[in-house]
Structures are given as C-alpha cells and as structure tokens.
Ligand binder design. Sequence first.
Ligand SMILES: C[S@@+](CC[C@H](N)C(=O)[O-])C[C@H]1O[C@@H](n2cnc3c(N)ncnc32)[C@H](O)[C@@H]1O
Length: 226
Amino acid sequence: MASWTRLGDWWQAELAGDDSYEEIVTPLLLEVMRPEPGHTYLDLGCGDGRVMESVVAAGGIAIGLELVPELASLAGRHGPVVVGRLPNLHSIKADSVDGALMVLVVEHLKETDALFAEVARVVRTGGMFALVINHPTWTAPESTPITDEDGEVLWRPGGYFESGGSSEVRAGEHTVTFFHRTVADLLNAAADAGWALEKVVERPHHELVDQVGIPRLMACRWSLIP
Ligand SMILES: C[S@@+](CC[C@H](N)C(=O)[O-])C[C@H]1O[C@@H](n2cnc3c(N)ncnc32)[C@H](O)[C@@H]1O
C-alpha cells in the first residue's frame, strides 16, 4: 500500500485524457450539492482543484484541503488550500463554512465517524455536506464485472457485507487502498453525527453500455440539523 503522498503523479496521469469528470463526476456533484452564489464551501481532499473550479464557476467560494502538497499547489489556482490529513480538520474554525464537499475521497479513509463529526463542527448549523463516492457495490472486496461465454456482462457481488474490508488496486508503480463500507454503514455514520439526509443519487458507468445495470457512483447530500 502506498500513502497518497506517493500517488499524486499517478492521479494526475489518471486524469489526463479522462472525460469522466466532465461527463459524470462533476455534474453528479453539482446535482446534489446545488452550490449557492456567495456561499463558502470546503473541498475535502481537493486534489488538483478541478471540482473547486466548478464550484467557483457556479458562484461559490471554494477552500481546499489536501494531503499532497503538489496537488494542493495546483488547486491553489481556484482558492485557498490547506495542506492537511483527513479526518483531522483542526486548522479549520468551527462554524466557518456554509458547506463541505468530498469527491472520491471517503473510500480512501479507514473510518468515517471522525470525518462526519469534524465536518459537522466546521459547517455552520443548517449548512450542507455533499459526497460523491465509488458505489459500495463496486468497492466490495472481490466484486467485479465478469463477461460470460456468451458475452453477457454479469456482476460478481464479492463481499458486500464485509464492511471495513479493503482492496488494493494498482496505481502505477504502487497500489491504492479502497476501504469498503455498506450503504447502511455510511448513512448511519452520517446520521450519528447529526447529518439529515436530503438526497441520494446512484449512477452506472457513463461509458460502459454493457454495465448499465451495475451501480458505479453514488452521491449524497445532507444538511446539518439545528
Ligand atoms: C481520487 S483523488 C480525488 C481528488 C479530488 N477530490 C477530485 O475529485 O478531483 C483522492 C484525493 O484525496 C486525497 N487524500 C487521500 N487521503 C487523504 C487524507 N487522509 N487527507 C487529505 N486528503 C487525502 C488524495 O491526495 C487525492 O487528492
């Protein structure tokens, strides 16, 4: 397993020539997030800042938090960026932002309780949290599409109920760890920290027409209960 501090170059290379952010990831986030002009949003694990750019284009003010200094520096084109390690948000003041967002990051964190509690601390009461994740159907250990001898794509569910399990996926010369949790565990962790669920959206892969029956991404929006 490699820490994300060694994966920054790999992530940049992954994104080159990949249209999935334009085609599905960013539109999905904006659909659930509904950024409001003039509101301040914290982008947790902001990477190179491509999502911050979309939030700013929608009239929002974006602040990034990122582990990898090189990525944080790129994201700095779209707003201030703090270098830090989630779920720790100690450098962010309580009640200081209108909302938070997190795109394709939570599956790289071992546990979520501290994350939801920390985000609830820094978001003002009534504010929101939007999350886009690899769908738990897809992060379940050993889950994968399988093409049978007739060319039909079937889904091997793997260990969906093995919440807390992890998988190592090749990332250039290294591997990247995906932590799996069931939909129930994710939603219950958010509820325990005071987040009220407002919307959930699930999507198949945007290009693989033979996998339209297989959930690929999930997005959630919560508001912070007064
Ligand atoms: C798959 S990338 C997504 C980047 C960005 N959210 C986007 O959608 O373009 C995962 C990001 O999370 C960051 N990351 C992973 N673990 C982190 C942690 N513990 N604290 C802060 N950032 C982290 C990585 O450095 C990387 O930028």
